[in-house]
Design a protein around this ligand. Sequence first.
Ligand code: FES
Ligand SMILES: [Fe+2]
Length: 373
Amino acid sequence: MIESDKTSKTLKVAAEKDMLLTARTMPASFYRSREIYERSCDEIFARSWQFIGDTDTLTAAQPQANVIPLTILEGCLDEPCILVKSADGLACHSNVCTHRGSVLVEKACHVASMRCRYHGRRFGLDGAYLSAPGFEKAENFPGPEDNLAAIPLGSWGQFHFAAVNPAFALDDLIGEIKERLHFLPLANFKFSPELSRDYQIKANWALYVDNYLEGLHVPFVHPSLATLLDTKAYRTELLPYGNLQIGVATNKDDAFDLPESSKDYGQLIAAYYYWLYPNMMFNFYPWGLSINVVMPQGYDATLVRFLTYVWRPERFGNYSVEGITQTEIEDEEVVHAVQRGIQSRAYKSGRYSPTWEAGVYQFHQLIRKSLSL
Ligand code: FES
Ligand SMILES: [Fe+2]
């Protein structure tokens, strides 16, 4: 990095820090607004990366299928896509026929090309237009818009992400995790349906994320979790499009066995809590990973999907899935209380704790930027 870049980066970090000392939190009206929510679908969710699943789960139902339909962010974006498996790996295309917009593929299947059942238009597995009955006399046809739209797809080991119209690169989202947790054998992390579940939250999606992004509430809301964590050592590190909260264990039995190549070697790390903008959490524990996908279902309802991947079951212990469920129930109660509170005519907005809420502030700044608020 050249010296002036370094200086401007330092100045920017300092300015952000100053802002945190004086800024006010998101106004209550943001969380109550149907119109802002609708804008968020296009300007936040369609422009960001969404977790679509892991290789095994995506392909397990029909192992021989090479075309798999899926919906990106159900209940919010509802974007129909198809995943195409080939010798080159996976690719993703729009699942909407370029003629009059019918959904093209309804079920996972093994095919050499895809034919629309409505008027017979055909597409190759690469999404390219092949043929269309009745279009022999059409002029300037076919054009590039007659191919299926490409949907950017990115992977990290077995985990896949898709984005309708991404405003940033996948590496800006997960590059730091890949580097920091390079020693984890991701291929050995196995999805456990019995330990996974969905939670219905009657609150705006961003209230759920706000709550996740700070450790200030832990001693008040999660007394049993608080005894396992060294609250003085708890910290947040900001990333370009997300942040990392590091939970430090009070007991070495609850900590990762970190190799010397880890940048945290020598510390008792109980959990790496990664939040990825705008709506995903990747929580790494010594036993494996809990992925939380926050799926807005309107401006005042949210579904949170907890997906559990087990790596070393013998390391469940104080951070077991039961403990995580208990923490989730405690979090839901406070999120519901905030959803009620922000309907008040007496509350407008609050202030950030400079010690604990840098992550919440960063989330709000990213939202403000995405929505030009
Ligand atoms: S909508 Fe697909 S061929 Fe007409
Ligand atoms: Fe919590």
